[in-house]
Design a binder for this molecule. Sequence first.
Ligand SMILES: *Cc1c(COP(=O)(O)O)cnc(C)c1O
Length: 503
Amino acid sequence: MVFSMEYQSTRDSAVRVSSAQAITQGISREGGLFVPESLPVLSPEDYRSLAKKSYVERADAVLSRFLTDFTGEEIASCTRAAYTSDRFGSADVAPLHSLDDRTHILELWHGPTCAFKDMALQILPHLMRVSAGKTADGKEIVILVATSGDTGKAALEGFRDAPHTRILVFYPEQGVSPMQKLQMITQEGANVAVCAIRGNFDDAQSGVKRIFTDPAVARKLETQGMMFSSANSINWGRLVPQVVYYVSAYCDLLASGRLREGQGFHVVVPTGNFGNILAAYYAKQMGVPVSRLICASNRNRVLADFLQTGVYDRRREFYATSSPSMDILISSNLERLLYHLSGRDDAVVRDLMARLSADGVYTVSDAVKKRLQEDFTGGWCDEEQTASTISSVWREHRYLCDTHTAVAVHVCEEYRRRTGDGTPCVIASTANPYKFSSSVASALGADVAALDEFQKVEELHRLTGCPVPEPLAAIQGKAPRFTEVCGREDMEQMVYRLLHIAE
Ligand SMILES: *Cc1c(COP(=O)(O)O)cnc(C)c1O
């Protein structure tokens, strides 16, 4: 008998759907997030054999355990369409760069938009196509996205001109880097639209979630033969491809002898919406010997505080930092972790999420806090430390990292200083430094304030000799296509306008 994995909602355990349904729907109707009913475990022999295999084969092995209603051929067609050397620069889709024998940088930004979001968003359109074929009965899928900068571009690039699909992206007008904005507003494709909102990422994300879960909006789309789905990390189809690169990192470390079989290592992740680090948690449950999950925040340190105290309190000042993709106070994927740590108790999750939305704060039970701290450590990094880390890593290792990666490197160094723990660390590197040229060049001591974005790129190249990624260089000279701005209350109307539906 073939085992079939079902997915439950974090806010109603009685809801059970297939993986195809979880992916096309994106979010459960009552607002909960889909999680697998159990987590598959790979054996030491599985890892030994995967260590000899390519990234796509490792992806096949992981995805097939979770997407049990997909055939092997369907999964292989998705992984092979997504992770081409053409798009990722080589067959080594997520290479490890070792700074020394216990500090390994997992480079997740070799895809077409130069941020780790490509790891999931290059394959999600294919998973969505197969899923929709199983469940969407011919409806046109409207992907609605809220972005803190990188998801928007990666989703646009992934879904552009995908059949029976449209994609609408909302980004915070003042909350993304100039390069991130240019990448989005120059996006090509006949089925895409982009709109800025007056507000921050949390406003964009709350607005999108509200539209998603409003039954009246769903009915209106239905009359047009459309349905919503999500490309944000609330969608299970975003998370499962991210589990793959942690499995792959362990396999690479084994294959090269940098790690012994079963030897523990810490994973350090620069965190915003908690998707990337949650994928590492799932990899750990699958048998990858991750010791601690070290969650790195920027000055918006709501998660670092939560991991220390068990109190999640978003009632605090919001800072626009040099690592804008982590400027988030409501980390949506934490909900999934709370569900797991509370023993899949949907009542606990409903209560905590209701408190968060009513009061902006919640406190987890002592039991949940204890389990949380068994696996996770939090840390954070201010603006000055981010810049000095970029500069010291460059000086000491001739390795150029972006602002988000620098946050993680700093938190890793801090953790080692504080604990004396010499366990090897895999640090997730989430963006190419040229996406944040201004901050990175300034960190190296350049005065770039008077330069335009492409002159900053030039200057950073002159300083470091690091290659400028072709997709970023190609933006220069492209005309902006999308210049709309709307208030956060007007997002629903904007959706209708962009879809050409009467209100
Ligand atoms: C999205 C993003 C993050 C945060 O990832 P989460 O999965 O939201 O925690 C960190 N760095 C970069 C560059 C990103 O684009």
